[in-house]
Design a binder for this molecule. Structure first.
Ligand code: ARG
Ligand code: ZN
Length: 479
């Protein structure tokens, strides 16, 4: 590692000292640095300006004994302005070598920004390729008082990546914001005997000299926070379901039937959600269940949600929803149709939670009306209603109202426009913004168009109003 680092530093010096390269890009007329953030008011440095990534090709090797990762990222992007310089997001890790279009480039580190000055300016509209070699112990985000971990977690038998709004920059250089979706090829090499999962389709694996390499391909556009890496000992159920490769991986230290009633129902739940929302959007499906104790949330990592084992123990009662239905519904709402900015999160969580209510009714555990009333009847100053479902993420992006008041808003819409129109709105939303980004104004406009009603005041009352709107679906007296 050390030798490689010195070589990289020496290369960087040579390049910096050559006026015809770095100085050239900086002084070409019309070529300007890309912004250090993509423009999300809540997270000003997330993502970057001036380019759009099309594909990440990642080749990583992880040694659990030392927690060290060696990485090689090849990033294909298109300049959206003429760039003298651009940023990638990268948390920790040491960059050993970096080229742009095959030429050594100069880089500096500034917090979580990797600032790259290519030898030549990158003209607007043209593709370019960034090649980065790096290594180190990936960063784990921690909230010690909970104690919760996210991003790159070092587990007992391997590693697990999950985090929202971010996790990707802990293991590869990335334009880390949902506004820049891309496809991915991931090769992950681990000591022989361990398994390694990522998103999408497993193309194959091969073992050489005590290391096994797994090759994964995520062929639909994916937001960076939805990428995952799961290394460890797994019990794997791999099968085809409706033409989709489905891989359900359960931590091998858990009892054999542990997940049968939860992630074991992935196909059945997905089939049901298709009847509501239209075709499942992706090439693969599945689950990753890890027993890592500080993993205290599930995440809708694309095609392969991550679940903490602790969430599946008391299924399906957990937060009244059903966590598997919730994460699978996110494949439509959150993963395929993604937020433009993070203040729009109710479009993910309210939708996924309402889908989980619908599944619970379908599975005869309870009814949507009962769940709606359970939350509706809580005091307006409880976390279920305030702070409101729509608004800046603030200190707690995942505050309960984003889920509960978000789901109640959808139920109120359904009561107002009727079932046929409501589900037509949901399916149109999934189709119209498939693989893209959208915001609340887009949803209101689409609901107005499909229903033929004016809905601005309705959504304002349900999403942000200080008082409860009248109950559109009360329980019958005596219940
Ligand atoms: N989108 C996830 C879910 O609702 C929530 C992730 C929460 N993340 C966190 N670090 N608390 O399924
Ligand atoms: Zn969710």
């Amino acid at each position: 590692m050390h030798g490689r680092h010195l070589l990289a530093a020496a290369l960087a010096l040579v390049v910096a000292a050559t006026p015809a390269t770095a100085a050239h890009a900086a002084t070409q007329p019309g070529f300007r640095p890309g912004a250090p953030g993509i423009g999300d008011p809540a997270y000003p440095l997330d993502g970057n300006g001036g380019y759009d990534v099309r594909h990440y090709d990642l080749d990583v090797r992880y040694q659990p004994a030392t927690d060290e990762l060696d990485g090689h990222a090849t990033i294909t992007a298109t300049a959206t302005q003429s760039l003298s310089r651009f940023d990638l997001d990268l948390t920790g890790l040491t960059v050993d070598a970096l080229t742009v279009n095959g030429r050594p480039a100069v880089w500096t580190r500034d917090g979580d920004e990797l600032v790259v000055t290519p030898a030549r300016g990158l003209p607007a509209g043209l593709p370019f390729v960034v090649d980065v070699r790096y290594h180190g112990v990936p960063y784990t985000a921690r909230i010690p008082e909970i104690p919760l971990e996210s991003q790159f977690m070092h587990t007992d038998d391997g590693a697990l990546v999950a985090g929202e709004p971010k996790a990707a920059a802990s293991w590869f250089p990335v334009n880390d914001h949902p506004l820049d979706k891309a496809t991915y090829s991931v090769r992950v090499t681990v000591p022989e005997g361990l398994g390694a999962l990522s998103n999408g389709i497993l193309l194959g694996s091969a073992t050489n000299d005590g290391w096994t390499t797994f090759r994964w391909a995520a062929t639909s556009p994916m937001a960076s926070y939805l990428t995952t890496l799961a290394i460890g000992r797994w019990r794997i159920d791999q099968h085809q379901h409706r033409g989709r490769q489905t891989i359900i991986a359960v931590d091998a230290s858990l009892p054999p039937t542990f997940a049968d009633d939860s992630v074991g129902r992935t196909d059945e739940i997905t089939d049901y959600l298709e009847t509501l929302f239209g075709p499942y959007p992706f090439e693969a499906n599945g689950a990753i269940v890890d027993k890592h104790d500080p993993l205290l949330f599930a995440l809708e990592t694309q095609t392969r949600p991550v679940y903490p084992a602790s969430f599946l123990v008391d299924e399906p009662s957990r937060y009244q929803g059903n966590v598997v239905a919730h994460e699978l519904a996110h494949q439509w709402f959150g993963d395929s149709v993604s937020v433009r900015y993070w203040r729009e999160l109710w479009l993910n969580e309210g939708f996924a939670e309402y889908a989980a209510w619908l599944w619970n009714e379908h599975d005869r555990l309870t009814t949507v009306r009962e769940l709606f009333n359970l939350f509706y009847n809580l005091p307006v100053d409880s976390g279920v209603w305030t702070p409101p479902a729509y608004g800046p993420p603030g200190a707690d992006p995942f505050r309960f109202s984003v889920y509960s008041r978000g789901a109640m808003t959808l139920h109120a819409l359904r009561m107002l426009v009727g079932d046929a129109t409501f589900f037509r709105i949901m399916r149109t939303w999934a189709t119209r913004y498939r693989y893209g980004n959208a915001d609340t104004a887009d949803f209101v406009a689409l609901a107005e168009r499909v229903s033929g009603r004016s809905l601005g005041a309705f959504f304002a009352a349900w999403l942000t109003g200080a008082t409860k709107p009248p109950n559109p679906d009360p329980l019958p007296p005596g219940v």
